[in-house]
Design a protein around this ligand. Sequence first.
Ligand SMILES: [Zn+2]
Length: 283
Amino acid sequence: MQLTLVNGEKMEAFPGGRGICPLCGAETIAKCGPRIMHHWAHHRIRDCDPWWENETSWHREWKNKFPLECREVSHTAEDGEVHRADVKTPTGIAIEIQHSTMTDTERTSREEFYQNLVWLIDGASFRNNFDIYHMLPDPKSELAQDLLWIVAKRHMNGADNGLFFRLSEALEEDPSVTKATLRGSGGWGLIHGIHEIEYEVNQSYTGYHQYDWVRPRKTWLDAKCPVYIDFGDEYLVKLDIYDESGLKCVQRVSKHKFVHDVMVEDHAKKIAKRFYPINQGEP
Ligand SMILES: [Zn+2]
């Protein structure tokens, strides 16, 4: 743990420190060796929260982006079950900062427990299996409604650069067609290239791209709560579904905006939905 109660106040570990676990009330002792990340551990017993994973410096960096009172916050469900959220914001969003792999059962139980939850995943170990391809127009834009994108996949160079059909062209042939049925039929008519609409795509770009995740960790694709992946640069990558054709996409969201929105919006699903100036460098 990063924090424990010392004389009733949440504090970071200091040499010789002793405190009380805010979750179970057991004694905690500070671990402040020269080669370890300073933390608190339960004295004589294992950590009282079975969901707890050992912190990495990646965890710690993320927690430190939030005010102290938002870190390691106990959350009690209606049935009395208690766990310690990595971060819980004043607006009620819990953030689970997840480095290790996770089973579907574990993921589902945490989603049911926290409800208003966002996953923040360390992507460092699968960065080389994750390709991000061409820009997509904002899914709410008028332009997006007319385009059926061909699914991009590693080594499919045409689709990776951006190929699409136009729904309007297919409708001239069959007025009952939808994006979903058009996808199911494999498309119709002329295949267009993104260069034809480069300007319009740029105009309505809000961070969306096609991607391919080779050997994906499927539990994150099935998650009910939003999943953001940290590949170690200034943007997070949010897993998403682009349109009714079921096209998978990612949205790149700056870490700065994520931290801002999670502290301000009242639901995990509202993060990075509204765009307004925060400061320079926003998408
Ligand atoms: Zn405890």
